[in-house]
Design a protein around this ligand. Structure first.
Ligand code: UDX
Ligand code: UDX
Length: 427
């Protein structure tokens, strides 16, 4: 099949690579000329394990193309997949400005039958609204079907998640359109849920809100563990062994960030409020997540309280999670900003990024950051940090104290090296 993808972001690029790998001919377009020019030369603008290889292989075998001319490929391809961003607007709703832009182009382009697949995360009712918009702009209803096909990939494991998804959700009005989309994924061994469009749209929001809930829940339980000197790692393991609960997304730490959970929790709240429904649970999830940074801030200031008046803080990690270069809504950065506001000098290191942050000094390696530091905060669980040379780290630091923002270090190991270990819910 010939597929045109609009938007070469994390979702658009990964989906383009996997669909090309399946055997389709994919034309991935983006308004960003610089991004497209780099992609045409095989330079991938984001860091995602395995993505560069999959993209270049499929470019070489003539299955994957990048272009800025979205109109041309929208007109030529029977499948059009929308993967533009839907960021949070000021009022918490999903900002649909980019989707609206795509609809405007589509209305000028559709001359032959199209299946329009919505990959971006959009509020319930978007597919119906798009259909009405296109018809309102004079497009013959018989020429297009809008199908909701939300994406569940995680950054850092995007390829694996797309090739081996837990499920593929396809929301369509006509079963024929749903089957056409299902056929695109014919080589993937997974379960398919064919449903209506509204339900598919809500499944995406509800899934992300539920996962965020699990994280905030375990973070609250970690607070109880702190108070009773219990180990959250054991508690989490025990909870997760119940198959009704499941072990995943029960890892306590600095809380969730990224381009999806914070925005989708807000957007779900917004769509509920628009119908007069107050989502108490979802609002609490957000509140707990926000205060999680303060929990760590208190632990850090409490630990530093005993020492010099201008202690040096080292922070390892800036991205919202490991194995990505994405810093959107990163809790690591939220923490750094709060530390700076408190007047602490912050020396930071991240394997991929060094964003401009007032009063944060970026170091060229993790060891440089800890020189003469009074405390080390591990804010992102990059694999390299877990394998650090703790002997060297201890020798470089002024005081050997580690705050584990991701509860990802083996406590007894770092303690053996002589560090004081501070996590959440780790006695
Ligand atoms: C995606 C989804 O689309 C979003 O709804 C979901 O919730 C999270 O994942 P993501 O891939 O992370 O977003 O977005 P981003 O990395 O911002 O990429 C979007 C791309 O679309 C950008 O490269 C942008 O230049 C491009 N774009 C935007 C277009 O090509 N055309 C437009 O009209 C607008
Ligand atoms: C998420 C969803 O998982 C994915 O299905 C959706 O398509 C996009 O949003 P992503 O944000 O890329 O994916 O990464 P994810 O692995 O879900 O992590 C989100 C945040 O939660 C990160 O900051 C991570 O560190 C944090 N997290 C995750 C925890 O704090 N504890 C956990 O147990 C799991």
């Amino acid at each position: 099949m010939d597929i045109c993808i609009i938007g070469a972001g994390y979702v658009g690029l990964t989906t383009a690579a996997v669909l090309a790998d399946i055997g389709h001919t994919v034309y991935c377009t983006d308004v960003d000329e610089d991004k497209i020019s780099k992609l045409q030369q095989g330079i991938i603008p984001i860091y995602e394990p395995g993505l560069t290889e999959m993209i270049t292989e499929n470019q070489d075998r003539g299955k994957l193309f990048f272009d800025t001319d979205s109109e041309r490929y929208m007109a030529a391809c029977p499948f059009i997949m929308i993967a533009v961003g839907t960021p949070s607007a000021k009022n918490g709703s999903a900002d649909m400005v980019y989707v609206k832009g795509v609809i405007a182009v589509l209305s000028q382009t559709i001359r032959s039958p199209k299946v329009i697949i919505m990959k971006s995360t959009v509020p319930p009712g978007t597919a119906d609204w798009m259909e009405a918009e296109l018809q309102g702009q004079g497009v013959d209803k018989r020429l297009f079907e809008i199908v909701s096909n939300p994406e569940f990939l995680r950054e850092g494991t995007a390829i694996e998640d797309t090739v081996h998804p837990d499920r593929i959700v396809i929301g369509a009005k006509q079963s024929e359109a749903a089957m056409k989309v299902r056929e695109l994924y014919h080589t993937l061994q997974t379960q398919f849920l064919i449903t209506d469009r509204l339900e598919a749209e809500l499944i995406k929001y509800a899934s992300n809100a539920f996962l965020a809930t699990k994280i905030s829940f375990i973070n609250e339980i970690a607070r109880i563990c702190d108070a009773y000197s219990a180990d959250i790692m054991e508690v989490s393991k025990g909870i997760g062994m119940d198959q009704r609960i499941g072990a995943k997304f029960l890892h306590a730490g600095l809380g969730y960030g990224g381009s999806c959970f914070p925005k989708d929790v807000n957007a779900l709240n917004y769509v509920a409020r628009a119908k007069g429904i107050k989502l108490n649970l979802v609002q609490a999830v957000k509140k707990v997540n926000r205060s999680q940074v303060d929990i760590y801030l208190n632990k850090i200031t409490h630990s530093l309280g005993k020492r010099s008046n201008k202690p040096k803080i080292a922070v390892w990690g800036a991205t919202f999670k490991e194995n990505t270069d994405d810093i959107r809504y990163s809790q690591a950065i939220a923490l750094m900003k709060k530390l700076v506001r408190k007047g602490y000098p912050v020396y930071a290191y991240d394997p991929l990024v060094s964003p401009k942050l007032s009063s944060v000094v970026w170091c060229s390696n993790p060891y440089e950051a800890v020189e003469q530091a009074d405390i080390l905060v591990l804010a992102t669980a990059w694999p390299a940090f877990l394998k650090a040379d703790w002997y060297k780290v201890k020798a470089l630091m002024k005081h050997p104290v580690i705050v584990d923002g991701r509860n990802c270090l083996d406590k007894s190991t770092v303690e053996k090296y002589g560090f004081e270990y501070i996590g959440v819910g780790r006695p």
